[in-house]
Design a protein around this ligand. Sequence first.
Ligand SMILES: [Ca+2]
Ligand SMILES: [Ca+2]
Length: 306
Amino acid sequence: MGSHLSYGCGWSVAHCGCTSACGFESSTKAIMTMHSIEPWSSKDQIIEHLQLQEQLARHTPLKNILVQDGLNHFSNKSQNWMGGMTEEVFKRTAIGLMNAKNVPHTPDEDDQLHTIFQAMDYDENGRLSIGEWAGGMTVFFKGNREECIHAVFTTLDADGNGVLSRSELGAYLQPFVKAMVPTEAAPLRPLLIKKCTEEIFEEMAHENIAHLVEDDNCITSEQMIAWMNEGHNIIDRLVQVIDPLVYKIWMSQKTKQSNWGSGSHHSNDPVSNNMSSAHRDSVFGGGHPAEQNGQDGSHASGWANH
Ligand SMILES: [Ca+2]
Ligand SMILES: [Ca+2]
């Protein structure tokens, strides 16, 4: 877990307008050089959380509660959670929900809820942001993919205007991106969160839904569902945005260094020297080991088929 200071630089770059002025790539390149950041596999960073969520989802009594009811219950209590939901509040809210729905639970529920909390706390800061719990909880409740999307959409729609703005979508994507970027690369998190939000927002906003007036500044739940129905899921799309971008920028630095002939000890083939075969596959689409095992984690984005 990186300290606030450790990503201060990237954060200021992402929010001062520099990304549009001097370009995302040059800002990213500058930060990668400054902190000697090398490429990594985004999916490897998050896969344990996703697999743990899958395991827990099979046994929790929460699976007897409809996803919309579950998220509504949490949303209604969320006004007082400044800075995120603590574990104690999460447990109390979940137990209150099960009691309200007459869902039987056992005395050891406390331990299981502790593990569920940890599985959703991607940045391990001991609190659940709205993005963490809205996306995470859909995995544990009952509902098909469309029901999950509608429920999470309603939860993320903080101003209640029926559509998602960039910042509302960004709140959802932020915990995933943070989890996918290792501590060593933490200064890149703000830039990558911004980039991923822009990319995915644009894709969803340009889904053509016949009866809707097109508005590039918001997305509707129908557009989000249409995007998912094209075979996208959030986790894989984030990996597809982050890994090639970081690799491309890192590679261009290496090429520049090698052209300078500055006495660098790096080989001319940095790919084979610095990337595992699994990482190369994940960057270039050769199939991730977890995918080969049928554990692609897509369920844990909350929006796969139940
Ligand atoms: Ca957290
Ligand atoms: Ca909204």
